[in-house]
Design a protein around this ligand. Structure first.
Ligand code: PLP
Length: 430
C-alpha cells in the first residue's frame, strides 16, 4: 500500500521533495509523543515533524482552542480587518522578544518569515548585500535559498541578493575547531571583519544567523559569539537577524530564544515551526523602525489568520503552564549524558542544547563523515520503534528534536533504542 502511494507521490510531486526512509512512512494517527503508520505500527517520535509538533499530538487544550475558533465561523475573512487575537499574540511576542519598541508581522512559514526579514533589512539599509553563516539553512523561498549556506539545500544559484558567508556556526569542521572558546570567537570575529573589509562595499544590510544550526546538524557555537559579532555589525549600522525557527519558544532549555545564550538582543528575530504545533504559522518580530521600513501597502493573505492565532496562543499558554522550557533542559541533559556515556566509535560528537541534540557520525577513529552509518541508523531506530531526524552538511548527523513535552521515561526509552541501534549499526558496518 505504501509502495503504491510512493509511486503516485513520485509521479505527481517534485523529484526534489525530500523523503525519509527506504520505504517512507505514511502517518495516519498520532497521540502524545507517538505516531502510528498505515500498517498499524506505532513509533515514539523524536523529530516531531522537524521540531514542529512541539507540544506533541492531539493536545486537548490546543485542539479545543482551534475548534472554538472554527465554531465562530470566522475561519479566515481577511487580515484587512481587525483581528483581536492577532493583536494580542503580537503584544505577547513583542514583549517576549526583549527588542525595544518591537513590532510583529505574521506569515505562514519560516521561509516567508526570513524572506520578510530580508526584505525589511535590505529596504531599511538600502542595500542588497547580506551576510550569512557557512552551513546555514533559512528556507526554500527564492530569497532564503539564496542565503542558505548548505550545498545540499541550495536549490537555486540565481540569487536576488549578494551574499557573503562567514565562519562560526559549525565548529566541528571549522578551521578554528581546536581553539579555546575565547580564541574561537576572536577568530570568527576576525573573519567577519575581513569579509566586511575585503568582500563587501561596506554597506551590508544584515547578518542572518541561526543560534543553533538546525538543518546544518544541531551545531551550536560557543555562547557569546553573536554578541561579539554584533559589536562589529553595530559599528557599521548592519542589522542582526536571529533565525529562531528551530530554537525559539524555550526548546533550547536554558533560554526562551536561542540567541539569549549569547547575551545580545538582535534587531529582528524570525520564528515558525513550534509555535503552531502543526498549524502553519511564522513571523518576524523586530525593531519598530525596521519593521515599518516599507513605503507601500503589504499584507499576507493567510499570515495572522484567526485559526493560526488561536492555536499559537494556546501553544504559548501551554509552554508557560507546563514549564516546558525547564523540561527541555532536563530531558536534553538526560539525552546528552546518556549518549555521551554510550561512547560508540561511530559518534564523532554528541552536541546540542535542550531538546536539540545532534550526533555527528564518522568513520571510527577519524572525522570523515559516515553517511552510510547515518542512513543505517535511521532504519535501525525505525525497526525498534523510534523516529529520528538526519541532516548536516554531509548528511551524516542524527538529529533528535522530540516534542518539548517529552517525559523522563520516554527519553529513557528513546535513549536505550539509540544506544542499541548504534551498537547494531557499528557491528553491521564493521
Ligand atoms: N529557518 C530555519 C532555521 C529552518 O530550520 C527552516 C526549516 O527547516 C526554515 C527557516 C524554513 O521554514 P519553513 O520550512 O517553515 O519555510
Amino acid at each position: 500500500m505504501t509502495d503504491e502511494l510512493l509511486a503516485r507521490h513520485r509521479a505527481v510531486l517534485p523529484s526534489w521533495m525530500a523523503l525519509f526512509y527506504d520505504e517512507p512512512i505514511e502517518i495516519v494517527h498520532a497521540q502524545d509523543r507517538r505516531v502510528t503508520d498505515s500498517s498499524g505500527r506505532t513509533y515514539l517520535d523524536f523529530f516531531a515533524g522537524v521540531l514542529t509538533n512541539s507540544m506533541g499530538y492531539d493536545v486537548a487544550e490546543i485542539s479545543d482552542a482551534v475548534r472554538k475558533q472554527l465554531d465562530t465561523g470566522v475561519l479566515h475573512t481577511s487580515t484587512l480587518y481587525l483581528i483581536r487575537s492577532q493583536v494580542e499574540l503580537a503584544e505577547r511576542i513583542a514583549k517576549l522578544s526583549g527588542i525595544p519598541d518591537a513590532k510583529v508581522f505574521f506569515t505562514n512559514s519560516g521561509s516567508e518569515a526570513n524572506d520578510t526579514a530580508l526584505m525589511l533589512a535590505t529596504q531599511y539599509r538600502r542595500s542588497n548585500q547580506v551576510l550569512a553563516m557557512r552551513n546555514s539553512y533559512h528556507g526554500r523561498s527564492f530569497g532564503t535559498i539564496a542565503i542558505t549556506g548548505n550545498r545540499g539545500w541550495s536549490a537555486s544559484s540565481l540569487s536576488p541578493v549578494k551574499v557573503n558567508y562567514v565562519h562560526g556556526g559549525y565548529r566541528y569542521r571549522s578551521p578554528f575547531r581546536e581553539l579555546s572558546d575565547a580564541a574561537y570567537i576572536d577568530a570568527c570575529v576576525a573573519d567577519l571583519v575581513d569579509v566586511l573589509e575585503t568582500a563587501t562595499a561596506g554597506d551590508v544590510a544584515c547578518l542572518v544567523a541561526e543560534p543553533i544550526q538546525g538543518v546544518g546538524g544541531f551545531s551550536a557555537p560557543p555562547d557569546g559569539l553573536y554578541r561579539a559579532m554584533k559589536e562589529v555589525l553595530d559599528a557599521s549600522g548592519i542589522l542582526f537577524v536571529s533565525d529562531e525557527v528551530q530554537t525559539g519558544w524555550g526548546r533550547t532549555g536554558s533560554h526562551f530564544w536561542g540567541i539569549q545564550a549569547h547575551g545580545v538582543v538582535p534587531d529582528m528575530m524570525t520564528f515558525a515551526k513550534g509555535l503552531g504545533n502543526g498549524l502553519a504559522i511564522g513571523g518576524v518580530v523586530g525593531r519598530g523602525d525596521v519593521v515599518d521600513a516599507i513605503n507601500a501597502q503589504s499584507i499576507s493573505t493567510f499570515g495572522g489568520n484567526p485559526v493560526a492565532m488561536a492555536g499559537a496562543t494556546a501553544v504559548l499558554d501551554y509552554i508557560t503552564d507546563h514549564n516546558l522550557q525547564a523540561n527541555c533542559e532536563a530531558r536534553g541533559n538526560q539525552l546528552l549524558s546518556g549518549l555521551r556515556a554510550a561512547d560508540n566509535p561511530l559518534v564523532g560528537e554528541v552536541r546540542g542544547k535542550g531538546l536539540m541534540v545532534g550526533l555527528e557520525l564518522v568513520e571510527p577513529g577519524t572525522r570523515t563523515p559516515n553517511v552510510r552509518a547515518a542512513k543505517q541508523m535511521l532504519e535501525e531506530t525505525r525497526a525498534r520503534g523510534l523516529l529520528i531526524g538526519k541532516g548536516g552538511l554531509h548528511n551524516n548527523v542524527l538529529r533528535l528534536g522530540p516534542p518539548m513535552t517529552l517525559t523522563e521515561a520516554e527519553a529513557q526509552e528513546g535513549l536505550e533504542i539509540l544506544v542499541d541501534a548504534l551498537a547494531a549499526t557499528h557491528a553491521a558496518l564493521s
